[in-house]
Design a protein around this ligand. Structure first.
Ligand code: PLP
Length: 405
C-alpha cells in the first residue's frame, strides 16, 4: 500500500484550482458539450500561437491529424512521409485518411526526421510531409520547407509535443498547411483528451470543423442554443471529433500557465543535464541556436555496452525504485501490424531503431517537487550502479559520456 502511494507516476499533469473551479462552473451551467468555452479556448490558443492561423478544437491530436489530411485534399493512395520515431497515432492517422505512410529515418542527434532521408523517399506519388517535433525540439523546417516547395508537397506538422516550440522565431504548427496539437493528460498543457488544429487557410479550417462534427453544417451548440432551434445539413460524411466545453474549461485555465510550466520544465531539464552529465548515458542534445525547445520529454539513451545494464533492465530498476518512466518510442517498424502491412523492418531505419531500443524518458512534469527530482536522479544513479560493472576504458574516455551524440 505504502509503496503504491510513493510511486512517482510518469507524466502526471499539474492540475490547479482555477481549472477545477472552471470545470465545476461548466457542470453547474448544464452546458457540457461544444459551446462558448471551446470557442474561447480556440481564440486563446490561436492567439498564443501568434494569431496567424485558424483554430479548430477537436478531441485529440489523432483526430486533428486525420481531419487535416482530408481537408488538405490528399487522395487515397497518396504517399505521406513521416518519421520512423513517433507515436503510432501519427502513422495510424495517415492510414485512416486512406493514405500511404512512408517512413524516413531520424537524425541521431536531434531524433527528428532527417531531411536527407526524406529527400530519398520522395516519389511521384508523394503529396505531403508530416514532421513530428520530437520531445518538443523543432524539426529542421528550412530543409523540409525547401523540399516541400521543390516537390509541391503539403506540410502537416505533428505538434503533439510542441505547444511552446519555435524555430527561427516562428511557432511550431505555422510552417505548413496544418499544425496539430495534443492536450492529452501527459502533455504540456492538458484537457484530459483533446487536440487542436491550426489551419493556414480559413476555408480549410471551416472544413475541418464540419468534418469534426459528423459533416454537419452547423455546430450542435447553435442547434440547441438560446437563439432557438437551427436546422442543419449534412454536407459530407464526417466524424465525431468535437471538443467539449468540459474539456475546454481545463484547457483555458491551463493555457494561462503554459509559460510558467515551460519555465519549470526548462529548469528540470537543466537540473537533469547537470546531475546526470558524468554518468555513462547519452543525454538529450542542447537546443539548437535560434530555436525554442518545448521540453516535453527528457529522453536518455541507455546503451548496454556502456551503461552496463540493458534498457529494459534500467526501466525495471527505476520502477523498482518507485519512479515511473516511459519509452518514446520503439521505432514504428518494430510493431507487428506495420511489418505485416507494409513490410517495414527496423534495421532499414537504423537510427530510429537504435534510439527506440535504448531510450528512456524520465519524469518531466511541471508538477515535480524538488524532492521528487532528487529521487529521480538518485534512482538513475542507483539503477546504473546496480548494473554490470562498466568497462574501464569507456569510463575514462575523454568524451564526456553525458553529452549527447
Ligand atoms: C507524437 C504524437 N503524435 C500524436 C499523438 C496523439 O495525440 P492524442 O493522444 O491527443 O491523439 C501523440 C500522443 O501521445 C504523440 O505523442
Amino acid at each position: 500500500m505504502n509503496e503504491q502511494r510513493d510511486f512517482l507516476v510518469f507524466g502526471s499533469p499539474k492540475i490547479e484550482q482555477p481549472e477545477i473551479d472552471e470545470v465545476l462552473e461548466v457542470m453547474r451551467s448544464g452546458w457540457l458539450g461544444t459551446g462558448p468555452r471551446v470557442a474561447q479556448f480556440e481564440r486563446d490558443f490561436a492567439q498564443y500561437k501568434s494569431g496567424v492561423y485558424h483554430p479548430v478544437a477537436v478531441n485529440s491530436c489523432t483526430a486533428a491529424l486525420h481531419v487535416s489530411m482530408i481537408a488538405a485534399g490528399l487522395q487515397p493512395g497518396d504517399e505521406v512521409i513521416t518519421t520512423a520515431l513517433t507515436f503510432c497515432a501519427t502513422v495510424n492517422a495517415i492510414i485512416h485518411a486512406g493514405l500511404t505512410p512512408v517512413l524516413a529515418d531520424v537524425d541521431a542527434r536531434t531524433m527528428n526526421i532527417d531531411p536527407v532521408d526524406v529527400a530519398r523517399k520522395i516519389t511521384s506519388r508523394t503529396r505531403a510531409i508530416l514532421p513530428v517535433h520530437f520531445a518538443g525540439r523543432p524539426c529542421d523546417m528550412d530543409a523540409l520547407r525547401e523540399l516541400a516547395a521543390k516537390h509541391n508537397l503539403k506540410i502537416i506538422e505533428d505538434c503533439a509535443h510542441a505547444i511552446e516550440t519555435t524555430y527561427h522565431g516562428q511557432p511550431a504548427g505555422t510552417f505548413g498547411d496544418f499544425g496539430c496539437f495534443s492536450f492529452y493528460v501527459t502533455k504540456n498543457i492538458i484537457t484530459g483528451e483533446g487536440g487542436m488544429i491550426l489551419a493556414r487557410e480559413e476555408d480549410l479550417a471551416a472544413r475541418c470543423k464540419v468534418l469534426a462534427l459528423h459533416g454537419m453544417s452547423k455546430d450542435a451548440w447553435k442547434r440547441f442554443g438560446d437563439e432557438g432551434y437551427k436546422h442543419y445539413q449534412v454536407v459530407e460524411c464526417g466524424f465525431k471529433y468535437n471538443m467539449m466545453d468540459l474539456q475546454a474549461a481545463i484547457g483555458l485555465q491551463q493555457l494561462r500557465r503554459v509559460e510558467s510550466y515551460w519555465n519549470r520544465r526548462r529548469d528540470l531539464w537543466a537540473e537533469y543535464a547537470e546531475a546526470l552529465g558524468t554518468l555513462p548515458l547519452v543525454l538529450p542534445a542542447p537546443a539548437e541556436e535560434r530555436t525554442r525547445h518545448g521540453y516535453h520529454l527528457y529522453t536518455i539513451l541507455v546503451d548496454e555496452a556502456v551503461a552496463g545494464i540493458s534498457r529494459d533492465g534500467f526501466l525495471k530498476g527505476m520502477t523498482q525504485r518507485n519512479i515511473g518512466v516511459g519509452v518514446h518510442y520503439q521505432s514504428i517498424p518494430e510493431h507487428p501490424y506495420y511489418q505485416r502491412t507494409f513490410g517495414w523492418r527496423p534495421e532499414d531505419y537504423p537510427q530510429a531503431m537504435r534510439i527506440g531500443r535504448q531510450t528512456v524518458s524520465l519524469p518531466l512534469s511541471a508538477k515535480l517537487s524538488v524532492e521528487e527530482v532528487q529521487s529521480v536522479i538518485g534512482a538513475v544513479r542507483d539503477t546504473l550502479g546496480s548494473g554490470i560493472p562498466q568497462p574501464k576504458a569507456r569510463h575514462t574516455s575523454k568524451t564526456p559520456m553525458g553529452i549527447a551524440v
